[in-house]
Write a protein that binds this ligand. Structure first.
Ligand SMILES: Cc1cc2nc3c(=O)[nH]c(=O)nc-3n(C[C@H](O)[C@H](O)[C@H](O)COP(=O)(O)O)c2cc1C
Length: 174
């Protein structure tokens, strides 16, 4: 199996971060490798930003790897099992998901892991939805403090819930 980055890496001259942005994406090259070596499993990596795009790419290769978009906007993956693997639709909301994370965070806090080490990975969970900015801001401004505990995350969740209850009320009165 080959996982092929669709950008060429320029090792002397560009940093790893620059190598993820500057060299142009060349999906054709990856498709050609699959054509030339059909018996190999070929996974395309680089620049994929939606499940729709992934599905189109999957018509030509065996797999897709998503890096930054999955990290910065993880909710784009919430229908992946349904759309790609034929599983039943995921009925979890973003809030359900972050609530499910709480026992893990509590356990890690009691082992001495700083809160910020866990919350930094979920800053993008509410990306693009009402309250998402307030969630992110609350965590950015509070999770780094030395005494930051579970309540910081619970308060951040409450800020999103404030927005969703306003949205629901508006929907009911509309
Ligand atoms: C949070 C994060 C961690 C990563 N860690 C690694 C790593 O440990 N090793 C590696 O080879 N690439 C790593 N990458 C790079 C990705 O595997 C991928 O090649 C790169 O992000 C390009 O794909 P993208 O355009 O979908 O982000 C990481 C990317 C992200 C966003």
């Amino acid at each position: 199996m080959l996982i092929i980055h669709a950008r060429i890496a320029i090792l002397n001259g560009l940093s790893p971060k620059e190598n993820r942005e500057i060299p142009p994406l060349n999906y054709e090259r990856v498709y050609m490798i699959k054509e030339r070596f059909p018996h190999l499993k070929v996974i395309l990596n680089g620049g994929v930003k939606s499940i729709d795009d992934a599905m189109q790419i999957l018509a030509l290769v065996d797999g897709v790897m998503m890096g930054r978009e999955a990290y910065h906007n993880p909710w784009i993956l919430h229908r992946v099992d349904e759309l790609l693997f034929g599983e039943s639709p995921n009925t979890y909301s973003r809030i359900d998901t972050v609530r499910d994370y709480l026992p893990y965070v509590a356990r890690q806090l009691s082992d001495g892991t700083p809160l910020q080490h866990m919350t930094r990975h979920i800053l993008g969970l509410f990306h693009g939805v009402p309250g998402g900015k307030a969630f992110r801001r609350h965590l950015s401004e509070n999770a780094f403090r030395r005494d930051a505990g579970l309540s910081v995350l619970e308060d951040a969740i409450a800020r999103v819930e404030d927005f969703s209850s306003i949205a629901n009320r508006e929907e009911q009165t509309a």
